[in-house]
Write a protein that binds this ligand. Structure first.
Ligand SMILES: [Cu+2]
Length: 220
């Protein structure tokens, strides 16, 4: 599978994919020579740059594909919002609090609050901040999408296959029953919890503080 991302914004975006390792195979200048390609799970795309990544989509599931700057996944990326650079907000906040005493600071208790409130969104924002997933509110918005990998999806078919149906026994859950004795620790005895004393030959770096008569750098 190949994804190309171009950054037309005024900040860099470290784009991250879950579930797969990709290879960075191209830049604005075109495909990179094979010998210069490298494996990644995140590729930072600077202002005005473009990156092409390739990978084998062989892990079934719904995988997050998003910018790794958390504040870029927690808002609608400011579509049509007037810039507030240089504006002193303090007086505005004071006045809002006079009108709306319980005025909430964004993200005070995590973004699920905001998502579940279903605030009006700009027209060009896909319904992401209001998204309900199979495990509750998706909580993410903005520079966030899902990569849906399915075995049965025919080539060229871009219909939404719906939420991934996890095979029984593959979803983490909270264990509320009695806890088993940690058999491994018992077998290994008390020593398992003791700090390991490494032999001196494992020391890779020796730090020597300058001082004394010869203040030069000691050779390493
Ligand atoms: Cu970003």
């Amino acid at each position: 599978m190949r994804i190309r991302v171009g950054n037309l914004t005024m900040t860099n975006h470290p784009i991250h994919l879950h579930g797969h390792e990709f290879t960075v195979t191209g830049t604005d200048g075109g495909p990179t020579p094979k010998g210069s390609r490298w494996p990644e799970v995140t590729t930072d795309i600077a202002v005005g740059q473009m990156r092409q990544v390739d990978f084998i989509a062989n892990e079934e599931g719904d995988w997050a594909f998003h910018c790794h700057k958390s504040h870029h996944t927690m808002n609608a990326m400011g579509h049509d919002v007037p810039t507030l650079i240089g504006v002193d907000h303090r007086d505005v906040v004071r006045r809002i609090t006079q009108l709306v005493p319980d005025y909430m600071v964004m993200g005070e208790r995590g973004m699920a609050d905001m998502a579940e409130m279903e605030m009006p969104l700009p027209d060009n924002t896909v319904p992401m901040m209001t998204g309900d997933g199979p495990f509750g509110s998706v909580e993410m918005g903005g520079m966030f999408s899902l990569l849906k990998v399915r075995k049965g999806q025919p080539r060229g078919d871009y219909k939404d296959p719906g939420w991934y149906q996890h095979p029984p026994g593959t979803v983490a859950y909270e264990w509320t029953g009695a806890l088993a004795e940690p058999a491994r620790f018992k077998a290994e005895g008390v020593a398992a919890t003791q700090p390991i004393t490494r032999p001196a030959r494992d020391v890779e770096v020796q730090v020597r503080k300058p001082g004394g008569a010869s203040r030069g750098h000691a050779g390493h």
